[in-house]
Design a protein around this ligand. Structure first.
Ligand SMILES: Cc1cc2nc3c(=O)[nH]c(=O)nc-3n(C[C@H](O)[C@H](O)[C@H](O)COP(=O)(O)OP(=O)(O)OC[C@H]3O[C@@H](n4cnc5c(N)ncnc54)[C@H](O)[C@@H]3O)c2cc1C
Length: 318
């Protein structure tokens, strides 16, 4: 799935990129680490971790929606130093401290089984970061990414933010940036998790929705029933269950869709758009022929594998 190649007509905020490269990473110090899940009994282990980058070239350089890199200590199985891993900024552009000196992210411990046997496999960097204590130092790079940020004229647009798991991280920063600008846009944040206990920053987003009528927060639980009576839902299903309120937003000419999280989420969201929107509304997001639209509506997802997105769809999946 690729982004449209035409010239950009929605100018995005200017960002700094690769100020610090993996060849010369800088030291950042952990200043906070806490659970990011709604409950200690969550199925996954996810932490919100904050790093002080003051005095380094990274200070004041990261924009909400970008990522930074962490290089875990030690060597891989081939004896080479571990490579950099990217983590989305969960902090707003002004940082957690209001001065761009403290950046944060949302890290999920990767816990798996070895492919060659059934022994426990612990992801190298995610577990390293989740194990860190306040005061520990890490090697950091970045920032990276320039297409998953807000437009320059952010208040001229509405937003549909759709996340799965730690894909919520950039939406924390982007939402806080929009609020700092007075939240003149309509925003719908759709957050997908397996269970209610795994929802990330749930308290914060519930509070924001309570304080701002233009901010709608919808959750989707894939392994248990919803509090609103719906059964198990993947996050894309919220576009259908809540279409009365979301369709007008998607149909508006100034709405941008941002997707972040599991790589598989694109197909589900695009299928919903194909099924919900008229051809003239759909083409504002996805470039599909009428034959392809019919194929998708008939259950054949093949055309979605190479679908071109318009500039109104921003994607960060991993
Ligand atoms: C732009 C971007 C933003 C991202 N943002 C975030 C974020 O905000 N939060 C977040 O948590 N993650 C994020 N990620 C993912 C993150 O970069 C890492 O990929 C993730 O934390 C896993 O890294 P790791 O070192 O723990 O796992 P690794 O040790 O690198 O393992 C990675 C994969 O390889 C498999 N694997 C490797 N070796 C073996 C083996 N011997 N046996 C079995 N399986 C094996 C693992 O199961 C896993 O699927 C982002 C990625 C990108 C590209």
């Amino acid at each position: 799935m690729s982004a449209a190649s035409e010239k950009h007509s929605i100018p995005l905020v200017d960002v700094s990129i690769n100020v610090v490269t993996p060849k010369a990473p800088v030291k950042a110090r952990v200043v906070a680490t806490r659970l990011a899940t709604a409950s200690k009994k969550a199925a996954g282990f996810v932490r919100h971790v904050e790093f002080d980058v003051s005095g380094t070239p990274l200070a004041g350089k990261a924009t909400a929606g970008q990522s930074f890199g962490i290089i875990p200590p030690g060597h891989d199985a081939a004896g080479k130093p571990h490579k950099v891993r990217l983590y989305s900024l969960a902090s707003p552009t002004r940082g957690e401290d209001g001065a761009g000196n403290v950046v944060s992210t949302t890290v999920k411990r990767l816990i798996d089984e070895h492919t060659e046997n059934h022994h426990l496999y612990l992801g190298v960097c995610s577990n390293y970061v989740c194990n860190l204590n306040v005061g520990d130092e890490v090697m950091m790079t970045g920032p990276s990414g320039k297409r998953f940020v807000l437009p320059k004229d952010a208040s001229a647009y509405n937003y549909v933010f759709i996340s799965t798991g730690t894909g919520i991280a950039p939406f924390r920063g982007l939402t806080l940036d929009l609020i700092a600008q007075g939240l003149k846009s309509k925003v719908a944040l759709l957050s997908g998790s397996p269970y209610a206990s795994d929802l990330l920053y749930d308290e914060m987003f519930t509070k924001i929705a309570g304080e701002h009528s233009s901010f709608r927060y919808l959750t989707a639980l894939s392994r248990e029933r919803q509090a609103d009576g719906n059964g198990k839902l993947y996050v894309d299903a919220r576009l259908e269950t809540n279409k009365d309120e979301l369709l007008p937003l998607l149909q508006a000419d100034n709405t941008l869709i941002y997707l972040c999280g599991l790589a598989g989420m694109e197909e589900g969201v695009y299928t919903r758009l194909v099924n919900l929107l008229s051809p003239s509304q759909l083409e504002k997001y996805l470039k599909l022929t009428s034959e392809q639209v019919e194929m998708i509506r008939g259950g054949n997802k093949e055309p979605l594998k190479r679908v071109e997105r318009s500039e109104r769809v921003m994607v960060e999946v991993y």
